[in-house]
Design a binder for this molecule. Structure first.
Ligand SMILES: [Zn+2]
Length: 350
């Protein structure tokens, strides 16, 4: 299986995020990607650095104003030179504007050119600090996903993008939940151009809210997400079963929330429902947004899955027999995500 990862994806080293009123050490550590790489090396899977890819691949999903912001915010932040602001401080918002847009509908660009205003507008929460090299990592992570999509378009049965930072919480013009550019949506948009109908299956512990929102009105992209019940879990505001899409995309979104504490049995039941929805949609290609923060011992997990669930996910992909791009999402127990990927690959390859 062709696999993509660029060492520049390790350059994003967030220092902090706000949780329950406290600045905490970051959990999206570069060592996550190193653990996944160790598994790939042990399995004899060669890892390729993706080519530099034109920005149009990202603009298929994100607004140009948002991408400009991500690319320039850190340098502009250093230039603020406000009293008390030390050099090297990460970009974090201190505004939270009221958005108020219906699902699937785009916001206008930020009306203010002020950096503080744009930071509040485009960084949707306090888990997305931008450091000196964040943009490079964000960009190369997206390139890995698009390169995997190109590989599948070129005839490969499956390709894997070791994406870090993750992407599925990134909206068209808004970062959140450790995510900046929506890697799996970039891959799905590229597959849609080539294949027509595409399905995205998201099995991260958190609802794939960014992906859902990006394709919410799109009848050519089915989005299915299996995740912990968002009523008491990030991203809180979406991920409910009644969200089915809008306009021409009505019926093309399926959320399968799991009760907190659910294990393999409940997950496999949801996976069967996802399989039925995907089969009924008759896509020509599939994107799997693969997270391991469903693992029973993950530090932020409320689910209780073990490696058999990841093996079953791989097996489902093999049985669906669609061209598939696998995009890495979350998973924060560094010792478990490598074995999680190994179990998934066993299921995929049979
Ligand atoms: Zn997650």
């Amino acid at each position: 299986m062709q696999t993509f990862f660029c060492p520049d994806q390790l350059l994003h080293t967030p220092q902090q995020f706000m949780r329950l009123g406290r600045l905490m050490p970051a959990t999206d550590l570069p060592s996550r990607a190193e653990s996944l790489q160790t598994t790939l090396h042990a399995a004899g899977v060669p890892v390729h650095s993706p080519p530099e890819i034109a920005r149009t691949a990202l603009e298929a999903v994100h607004t140009p104003q948002y991408l400009d912001y991500l690319e320039t915010a850190y340098e502009r932040w250093q230039d603020l030179r406000r009293p008390g602001v030390e050099p090297g401080i990460e970009v974090l918002p201190n505004q939270a504007p009221y958005a108020g847009m219906p699902p699937g509908q785009d916001r206008p660009p930020c009306p203010s050119p002020a950096l503080a205003a744009q930071t509040g507008y485009y960084l949707g929460d306090l888990s997305c600090p931008l450091g000196p090299h964040s943009w490079r990592s964000i960009l190369r992570s997206a390139h890995s996903a698009v390169a995997a999509a190109e590989t599948v378009i070129g005839g490969a049965r499956a390709a894997y993008a070791l994406c870090r930072p993750s992407g599925h919480h990134a909206h068209r013009d808004r970062a959140s939940g450790f995510c900046f550019v929506n890697n799996n949506a970039c891959a799905a948009a590229r597959l849609q151009q080539a294949f027509g109908r595409v399905a995205v299956l998201d099995v991260d512990a958190h609802h794939g809210d960014g992906t859902q929102n990006i394709f919410y009105a799109n009848p050519e992209v089915l989005t299915v997400s299996i995740h912990a019940d968002p009523a008491q879990y990030f991203p809180f505001y979406t991920g409910y079963a009644h969200e089915r899409g809008t306009g021409a995309g009505l019926g093309c979104n399926l959320n399968l929330p799991l009760a907190h504490g659910s294990g393999n049995a409940e997950f496999l039941q949801a996976l069967a429902a996802a399989r039925q929805a995907i089969t009924d949609f008759r896509p020509e290609a599939l994107v799997l947004a693969l997270g391991f923060d469903t693992y029973k011992d993950d530090p932020i997990s409320v689910l209780r899955l073990d490696f058999d669930a990841y093996r079953a996910t791989g097996r489902l992909l093999r049985e669906l027999a669609l061209p598939v791009v696998v995009v890495q999402e979350g998973g924060y127990l560094v010792e478990a995500i490598g074995p999680g990927l190994a179990a998934f690959l066993e299921g995929l390859h049979g």
